[in-house]
Write a protein that binds this ligand. Structure first.
Ligand code: ADP
Length: 185
């Protein structure tokens, strides 16, 4: 059973690697960023509420993402496993997820992959990507928010011995190979 959380700064390659691995394992790749962007595009109630935060590089309020993750993990396609990408992004979300998974899976441990990439490389990758929320000022804010709110999750999960670190500063294929290697060991 593959149940993984992907951590890593914006630009670390979480989305790409999570998608590849999910495909490989035939399990859903659940990206809160993708779900929010789709909702914004369709202007659903969730999208309308999230819009302002996302375009400024801020985190959307916990309740919005917590609800969406809870609902998504209740879909039948998650029974064979899943990969969460972009959630949790702060300690309060990690606590919420913990409780949710305890109820669902009765204490089975979920593993957490941290993709490590040096700061200067992150900025270069994000500027090259050119998504709507990828202008320099917003990127800077997203990196700041990451350092303040998300990076503490690395220690949080390391202390609980759930953390697996992977060098994200390699070619896409090399990262995938390292990932496959560590999650099966
Ligand atoms: P990145 O490439 O920065 O990792 P994502 O696609 O994961 O971007 O997320 C894009 C944006 O969506 C974030 O900057 C944030 O505004 C919002 N978002 C995604 N996941 C969460 C979350 N778990 N909590 C709050 N906001 C989120």
């Amino acid at each position: 059973m593959t149940r993984l959380i992907f951590l890593g700064a914006p630009g670390a390659g979480k989305g790409t690697q999570a998608e590849t691995l999910a495909h490989h394992r035939n399990i859903p790749h659940i990206s809160t960023g993708d779900i929010l962007r789709q909702a914004m595009q369709k202007q659903t109630p969730l999208g309308v509420k999230a819009q302002d935060y996302v375009s400024r590089g801020e985190l959307v309020p916990d309740q919005l993402v917590n609800d969406l993750v809870k609902e998504r993990l209740d879909e039948p396609d998650t029974e064979q496993g899943w990969i969460l990408d972009g959630f949790p992004r702060k300690v309060s979300q990690a606590s919420f997820l913990d409780k949710l998974l305890q109820e669902k899976h009765n204490h089975q441990v979920v593993r957490v992959v941290n993709l490590e990439v040096p700061d200067d490389i992150l900025m270069a990758r994000l500027l090259a990507r050119g998504r709507a929320d990828d202008n320099e000022e917003v990127i800077r804010r997203r990196l700041e928010v990451y350092r303040e709110q998300t990076a503490p999750l690395i220690d949080f999960y390391r202390d609980r011995q759930q953390l697996i670190s992977v060098n994200g500063d390699q070619s896409l294929d090399e990262v995938t190979a390292e990932l496959l290697d560590v999650i099966d060991s």
